[in-house]
Design a protein around this ligand. Sequence first.
Ligand code: 4NP
Length: 156
Amino acid sequence: MKKRVLFVCLGNICRSPSAEAVFNGLVKQNGLSDLIECDSAGTAAYHEGEPADQRMQSHAIRRGYRLNSIARKFDPAVDFEKFDYIVGMDDDNVNDLQDMASGIEDLNKIFKMTDFCSHGGHYSVPDPYYGGSEGFELVLDILEDACEGLLNEVRG
Ligand code: 4NP
């Protein structure tokens, strides 16, 4: 059975679309595209229908990641059922997801991205939206580390 991963941040225009692109790159590299798929969503609807943030896109493209997802809001009625791993970028995302869960099965699918990091010291993927370019680079550094750990977890 195909495993499905959903990355979740606040706006779905910076961190979670990047997580999707980094993870997809690894999935492809490892020849696992038939077995694992992913998507991303936001807990807020502010940017619904928009492409990823231009700054995030330009930092990502320098590392070879094309961000082509369109922002959408997390839909508890569909997403808890459809996905096996629902991965928030920070504690607010995780708390918001937990508040929307309707039972233990839903709750057991919720993770925090940094739980999969192997380089220590990061307990969230910090929101880069109001900061400078170091914030966008940090997002990508943390995601590249965490996505490797997550892939090992998902592939079993
Ligand atoms: P994201 O970043 O959650 O990583 O997509 C943000 C995007 C937009 C806003 C905040 C964070 N905003 O306040 O509009």
